[in-house]
Design a protein around this ligand. Structure first.
Ligand SMILES: O=C(CO)COP(=O)(O)O
Length: 250
């Protein structure tokens, strides 16, 4: 059985002091759901230990593909590993749109993360124009195939995939749970095509885009959706705890 996974993506929110306040206020997480918080790089070293006492894993929001070098402003997988980072978001649509992230650099970052024992949370998803012109599956296929390029089956099991339709991020618009499930089912099919059905069944795939405590249950009821990657609603301890409660397998 796939354990549901809820990951908060704080994006560029919270100072160290604010991050510590969140971690301190968060109640301990009960079994039945895996919780991850992807904090800004600056907060990683301060909140990791507090979160781990509450059974919450530490995540980063990006990772470079080299271990060190002249890459001003970048953070290497070794640096993240040293701080106890277990997950790294890779290929978020905001990085693809504003920071020139490509399918090729996404693949490089995934490989570097895996090499250092960090699980990638790989983001894929179409924009509004692509949605309206019926290109959703083609876009997701291209992103998934590039992400899986040169990846072994053993490493694919370590992936978490987040299907985030760009038009649903931060807009209050969500995909219907059924539509999200259909695309996520398609992603599973792409994994089966590349590997096999058994692999496809085991990989966890999240939905992301305006997920809130009020709507999470609808997504979790879908057979192919294993959790959520959550921005805005992950910023408050109460709201994050409510998301986890809504996602837990009783
Ligand atoms: O981009 C997202 C998570 O990575 C989704 O953000 P929102 O939950 O704020 O829509």
């Amino acid at each position: 059985m796939r354990i549901p996974i809820i990951a908060g993506n704080w994006k560029m929110f919270k100072t160290v002091a604010e991050a510590k306040d969140f971690a301190t206020a968060l109640p301990a997480i009960e079994k039945g759901v895996e919780a991850v918080v992807c904090v800004p790089f600056t907060a990683l070293s301060s909140v990791g230990e507090i979160l781990s006492r509450k059974n919450v894993s530490l995540g980063a929001q990006n990772v470079h593909w080299e271990e060190e070098g002249a890459f001003t402003g970048e953070i290497s997988p070794l640096m993240l590993k040293e701080l106890g980072v277990k997950y790294a978001i890779i290929g978020h649509s905001e990085r693809r749109a504003y920071f020139n992230e490509t399918n090729e650099t996404v693949n490089l970052r995934i490989k570097a993360a895996l090499k250092h024992g960090i699980h990638p949370i790989v983001c894929v998803g179409e924009d509004l124009q692509q949605r309206e012109t019926g290109q959703t599956k083609a876009v997701v296929k291209e992103q998934m195939e590039a992400a899986m390029q040169g990846i072994s089956q053993e490493d694919l099991f370590k992936f978490v995939i987040a299907y985030e339709p760009i038009w649903a991020i931060g807009t209050g618009k969500t995909s219907s749970a059924e539509d999200a499930n259909e695309v996520i089912g398609y992603i599973r099919q792409l994994i089966a095509d590349q590997f096999d059905q058994n692999t496809a069944i085991q990989v966890r795939i999240q939905y992301g885009g305006s997920v809130k405590p009020e709507n999470i249950a609808g997504f979790m009821d879908q057979p192919d959706i294993d959790g959520a990657l959550v921005g805005g609603a992950s910023l408050k301890p109460d709201s994050f705890a409510a998301l986890l409660k809504g996602a837990r397998h009783e």
